[in-house]
Design a protein around this ligand. Structure first.
Ligand code: MGD
Ligand code: MGD
Ligand code: MO
Length: 746
């Protein structure tokens, strides 16, 4: 335990990058990989979804955590058949996630038979037949559950949803259900499109940038370059976060001489250390301050013309704002009226070019949708949307999570999409709503979901309520995972289990001797190609696309007329079908071959609001907050600097001053004193939900600068504490940032 850092980046980030890459992949393979990472002729970084600059790409157009992701994939270590013969499942399950990650790449399909102690090799054909048999024995297609993690390419995702719908269900849960689903729900209702409205260029023109509930220094490090550029152009960054995150304080650009020498650019000009889940109150407060300024100086604050021409229900919302007392806003947010007014003045100054960025600190709360709409309201009042330097920017997590949704990975795609899919492929698509992630877990728990297939991801560890989810997966007749690395979902299985190892993004994808590429969509709707450059980890790997096509052909057989094997041998054919089904993909094969790709149309970004009434809508939601009961704390579960979701690269959290330990909990020093907890003392954590309790024991207490009553600990270790029924209204996203807990000395 050391002092938290006051800036991010600099020489330590470079040293850490090279360390990870060279240690795992060696100098030759590692260097080759790094030179292709995020280049126009290379592959898309498998880490986050932050966009690449259109021009001026550096030789090293990636960050420390992109380098770690590459190292993890390009590693020379292998979990091969000898490995599985040596280690029984019970022994593997006793190891921690970091150990599992260190065992290297999966190299051939493996089967765990009913009652077997070890995985054994199986041929691809046999693996596809096993899946086909189990799926075809389901009493109804709705017993199949088809999960997607956001790393899957557009091509794989499109084939996957087509297969699932031809099989007869919309059970397409995805990682987005646990991630930005709340953003999608909120923005669809408010501005008609569930995606962000800005481009990277808007950051150059912005005057005010809110960064809310997001830790870009760790999770989107290349965003710091964009923030640095904006600050140099005169923008003010306002951070909203219960923790003082190093990456929001200052940035040392590792690719600038000054940054390497340790010269930092200060990023945030105001740091609003909000209470956990106090954001709705905070943004209600900003709206109230704007309203008061507007009353004092009529016509200078709100964008009257925009409100009149483009919005609906502003009056009802402003009444609600007027009626919300300042004392309530201050109490719930934990921020003073003066500080809120200062932020409002900044936003309302100049040309009102305001961008709001956010991530999991907003989305994983019971009132997440209402909170995000409260942020949108501030933009609507100022007309700060659909013009240069202004707009809404949900910062996506997984590198292609947005693209997967565009491709139809969603349990309730609109009829317009299903109509098109039916006419292009000549079948009748199911129209009833499928299961999202939480619904899937419950269905498996109830015995209604019986075959689980995961296209990437680590369902067991990523989902809430680990014990409950484990019991759910164990009830399945088959669990099958398309994966690159060993993870816990391979160890807590249905009656039978399959591991289907696939190529990673960094690897050359040869089909019938012809090199293929895939496409992805970044957080700002830019679709571009990704072409692997490294030799595959094993000759037995198949691409995700080929695996999906293999499963589909085996399962559907003569029931489907789609040319599965042709499509999976030539991805251009898949792209032609995507073009035929999804608007915005005109001349897909041609346009995606231009360096840098193309941007999908975004109506809200053009001030066309595709809501039922054609207007951007104010939603007068009652103000709320997650309030812990007496003696309880509110615990958020977050990422350390050395992990990608459930993949644990290392045991440090450098910026927060933590070394060599993940079972820790950050606490307010006063809260520790009241509970008789000393620094680094072991504690037990219990979560409380409608009379139920869940336990996570033996964590070390870390005194930290967090608001009183708030605590933080790492995901996935604390997922055991997140109750399956504790979800966000409308989006059904688990409330991983607001778990009510008691903490006592162990
Ligand atoms: N290196 C790396 N990169 C990643 C990932 C990774 O695991 N590792 N994951 C990827 C994925 S899938 C995603 S979704 C993104 C996640 O990116 P983030 O959303 O940045 O990830 P978290 O660690 O969950 O951080 C949440 C932040 O919100 C703050 N927070 C928590 N509760 C509240 C609240 O109530 N209000 C406010 N204002 N703030 C709050 C926390 O203090 C923390 O700074 O990153 C992506 N990129
Ligand atoms: N408590 C808590 N829970 C959370 C969150 C939180 O903040 N707190 N965050 C949530 C969020 S935002 C998300 S997005 C989810 C993430 O949930 P998931 O996407 O399900 O989880 P990951 O850890 O990203 O998946 C890692 C696995 O993906 C496989 N993999 C890696 N690369 C590839 C590839 O190229 N292809 C294929 N097929 N497989 C690959 C590897 O086998 C690896 O073990 O977790 C959610 N869970
Ligand atoms: Mo995510």
């Amino acid at each position: 335990m050391g002092a938290p850092a006051k800036s991010a980046g600099g020489l330590p980030a470079v040293v850490s990058s090279l360390n990870h890459v060279f240690r795992q992949a060696g100098v030759v393979r590692g260097t080759k990989g790094m030179l292709k990472l995020n280049q126009k002729n290379g592959f898309d970084c498998p880490s986050c979804a932050w966009p690449d600059p259109e021009d001026h790409r550096g030789v090293a157009e990636f960050c420390e955590n992109g380098a770690k992701a590459l190292a993890s994939e390009a590693t020379l270590r292998r979990a091969d058949r000898d490995f599985f013969a040596k280690h029984p499942i019970t022994e593997l399950a006793a190891h921690d996630d970091y150990w599992l990650e260190q065992q290297g790449r999966l190299v051939e399909p493996m089967l765990l038979e009913h009652g077997a102690t070890h995985y054994r090799p199986v041929s691809w054909d046999d693996a596809f037949c096993i899946i086909a048999d189990e799926l075809n024995q389901c009493a109804t297609p709705d017993e199949g559950i088809f999960y997607t993690s956001g790393r899957a390419s557009n091509e794989a995702a499109f084939l996957y949803q087509l297969f699932v719908r031809q099989f007869g269900t919309n059970n397409l849960p995805d990682c987005s259900n646990m991630c930005h689903e709340s953003s999608g729900c909120a923005l669809k209702a408010s501005v008609g499109v569930g995606k962000g409205t800005v481009t990277l260029k808007d950051f150059d023109a912005a005057e005010t940038i809110f960064v809310i509930g997001q830790n870009p220094g760790t999770n989107h490090p290349r965003m710091l370059s964009a923030l640095q550029g904006a600050v140099r152009n005169g923008a003010s960054v306002i951070a909203v976060n219960p923790l003082k995150e190093a990456g929001l304080l200052a940035f040392k650009h590792p690719q600038e001489a000054g940054g390497m020498l340790g010269l930092a650019t200060r990023l945030s000009s105001q740091y609003l250390q909000v209470r956990i889940n106090g954001d709705m109150a905070l943004f209600r407060g900003i709206a109230k301050a704007l309203l008061e300024m507007q009353n004092e100086r009529p016509g200078t604050v709100f964008d009257g013309a925009f409100l009149h021409d483009h919005t609906h229900d502003a009056a009802a919302y402003l009444t609600l704002v007027r009626e919300t007392p300042w004392t309530r806003i201050e109490t719930l947010s934990g921020i003073t009226r003066a500080a809120i007014q200062q932020a409002a003045q900044q936003a309302a100054g100049g040309a009102k070019r305001v961008i709001s960025c956010w991530a999991m600190g907003l989305t994983q709360h019971r009132n997440a949708v209402a909170t995000i709409q409260e942020v949108a309201h501030v933009h609507l009042l100022l007309g700060a949307i659909g013009r240069e330097g202004a707009g809404l920017c949900p910062v996506r997590g997984h590198s292609n999570v947005q693209g997967d949704r565009t491709m139809g990975i969603f349990e309730r795609m609109p009829d317009s999409f299903l109509d098109k899919l039916e006419s292009v492929f000549g079948f009748t698509a199911p129209r009833h709503q499928g299961y999202d992630t939480v619904m899937s877990i419950k269905a498996m728990h109830d015995g209604k979901g019986r075959v689980f297939i995961g296209l990437g991801g680590n369902f067991l560890s990523a989902t809430p309520d680990t014990e409950f989810t484990a019991a759910a997966l164990r009830r399945c007749v088959l669990t099958a995972h398309v994966s690159t690395k060993l993870n816990r979902s391979h160890l807590v299985t249905g009656r039978r289990a399959l591991i289907l190892p696939c190529l990673g993004r960094s690897e050359v994808d040869l089909r019938n001797g012809v090199e293929q590429f895939v496409t992805v969509e970044d957080s700002m709707s830019v679709v571009h190609m990704s072409r692997g450059a490294l030799r595959p980890a094993s000759d037995d790997l198949l691409s995700e696309t080929a695996i999906v096509a293999g499963i589909a052909a085996a399962t559907l057989s003569t029931r489907s007329t789609a040319p599965w094997l042709e499509m999976s041998s030539n991805y251009d054919l898949i792209r032609d079908k995507i073009e035929a089904v999804i608007p915005g993909f005109e001349s897909f094969n041609q346009r995606v071959r231009t360096p840098g790709g193309f941007r999908l149309p975004n109506a809200a970004g053009q001030r066309r609001f595709e809501t039922p009434n054609g207007k951007a809508c104010f939603t007068p939601n009652p103000l709320s907050i997650a309030e812990p009961a007496a003696g309880q704390l509110i615990l958020q579960t977050l990422r350390s600097h050395d992990q990608f979701n459930t993949t644990i690269y290392g045991l440090d959290d450098r910026y927060r001053g933590i070394g060599n330990e993940r079972r820790i909990v950050f606490l307010n020093p006063e809260d520790m004193k009241q509970r008789g907890i000393r620094p680094l003392a072991p504690v037990n954590i219990t979560s409380h939900w409608h009379g139920e309790t869940r336990h996570a024991n033996q964590f070390l207490a870390i005194p930290y600068d967090v608001p009183a009553g708030c605590a933080a600990a790492y995901f996935p270790e604390t997922n055991v504490l997140v109750p399956i029924d504790s979800v966000a209204e409308q989006s059904n996203t688990p409330t991983s940032k607001a778990v009510m807990v008691t903490i006592v000395p162990a």
